[in-house]
Design a protein around this ligand. Structure first.
Ligand SMILES: Cc1ncc(COP(=O)(O)O)c(C=O)c1O
Length: 403
């Protein structure tokens, strides 16, 4: 029984959800290092190192690159609110809960938001975006790189081309992809890109790395009206994370320590090796799950997000009961669906420190045993055997965690 006066003692869970992911012990140690003031000269210099590593991970030279104090949704708010003024028009590509969230946040700016939608489990057609923008002055095209609610990955290039044709900025939500899936902000000419600390970066939740191109900086500085949100107004936070280091709000110092250590881990591993690790473990998971007779929600393998896999819950199986058995009997947390597909799918995250061979095998074994017990016809061991063969047939040499 929980007693508020007892020393804190949360359970040790294996978090295989679409976030937060498990945290490397080095990041926990960083969280526990001594607090300093947010304008202490040591800290303001340290902030420069945080920004430098963040630029490397985003693959950008953008001066304005820093962690927004807020979760991934704060990243969305900062990205869209800073460029939109009342009367503007923008297009948001909607193929799930989080892309819809971008549209919903943008709606509140007083601008007109055109949603271009795709069925859940699919990607938006860039031609539909082009048609929606023809004859209009579009401020930006917003896209969610990895739609976590459905496990869909969208190829960015065609949307950048359409944005060029329409003279629009290109805003990308990389909450579920940064540090887990190939992403090159400068190479792909993304104007604003943001993420969340708790996913493939494997830091605790509460920070939203963001990077903003020079052309966006000009748009923001040239605004006719004030940004509709004070907290996420980049014109003022840019001064704290810019050369002046002028106070704007008190940032979460310990979380910045944590993200600093998490980024050191990313860069020590190397981006390519990290992307390869994510892809390999997801391939093993999908191969194992399919060998158990399960099917994927995203039917086109080219559209599957390496960090989050959506699996159809078999007919006759109570998806919530399976999740609670995984948690109670195996200490493994996975997620259900969101919105209209809430009871239709399980979502399994393999991100950052959670994304390891041992975790894939443990999950497949636990899932197989529970499903068998719940009456699903399958042969025990088929999932593990198939996943193991994926590992046996790769030349991949892990540079990051891969027990
Ligand atoms: C793609 C995407 N965007 C935005 C968010 C919102 O992030 P947060 O829950 O950290 O506010 C999430 C969260 O899962 C996400 O997956």
């Amino acid at each position: 029984m929980y007693n508020p006066m007892d020393e804190l003692n949360p359970p040790t869970r294996l978090m295989l959800t679409p976030g937060p992911s498990c945290v490397d012990p080095r990041v926990y140690r960083a969280l526990a290092t001594p607090m300093v003031g947010h304008v202490d000269p040591w800290f303001t210099q340290f902030m420069g190192g945080v920004q430098e590593m963040m630029r490397d991970i985003f693959q950008t030279e953008n001066e304005i690159t820093f962690p927004v104090s807020g979760s991934g949704s704060g990243g969305i708010e900062a990205a869209v609110m800073n460029v939109l003024e009342p009367g503007d028009e923008a297009i948001v590509c909607v193929n799930g809960t989080f892309s819809e969230r971008m549209a919903e946040i943008a709606d509140r700016s007083g601008a007109t938001i055109h949603r271009v939608s795709a069925p859940l489990g699919g990607v938006v057609d860039p031609d539909d975006v082009r048609k929606a923008g023809l004859g209009r002055k579009i401020k930006f095209i917003g896209l969610t790189h990895g739609e976590t609610s459905t496990g869909v990955l969208t190829n960015l290039d065609p949307f950048r081309k359409v944005a060029d044709e329409l003279g629009a900025l290109f805003i990308v939500d990389a909450v579920a992809t940064l540090a887990g899936v190939p992403l090159d902000v400068d190479g792909e000419r993304i104007d604003i890109c943001f993420s969340g600390s708790q996913k493939a970066m494997s830091a605790p939740p509460g920070m939203a790395p963001i990077t903003v191109s020079q052309s966006v900086e000009d748009v923001i500085r040239g605004r006719k009206t004030r940004v509709q949100t004070w907290y996420f107004d980049l014109t003022s936070t840019m001064n704290y994370w810019g050369r002046e280091r002028t106070y704007h709000h008190t940032p979460p110092v310990s979380l910045i320590y944590a993200i600093h250590e998490a980024m050191r881990l990313v860069l020590e591993e190397g981006l390519q090796a990290r992307w390869d690790r994510h892809l390999l473990n997801q391939t093993a998971l999908v191969t194992g799950a399919e060998a158990m007779g399960l099917s994927m929600f995203v039917s086109n393998p080219a559209h599957r997000l390496p960090t989050v896999t959506a699996i159809n819950i078999p007919v006759g199986i109570d998806g919530a009961k399976v999740r609670s058995r995984l948690l109670n009997e195996f200490q493994i947390e996975i997620a259900g669906g969101l919105g209209p597909i809430k009871t239709k799918i399980w979502r399994i995250g393999l991100m950052g420190y959670s994304c390891q061979r041992g975790n894939v095998l443990l999950l497949l074994d636990a899932l197989e045993r529970i499903l068998l017990d719940e009456g699903l016809k399958l042969s025990l061991g088929a999932g593990i055997a198939a996943a193991t063969s994926v590992y046996a047939n790769t030349a991949f040499v892990p540079a990051g965690p891969q027990r």
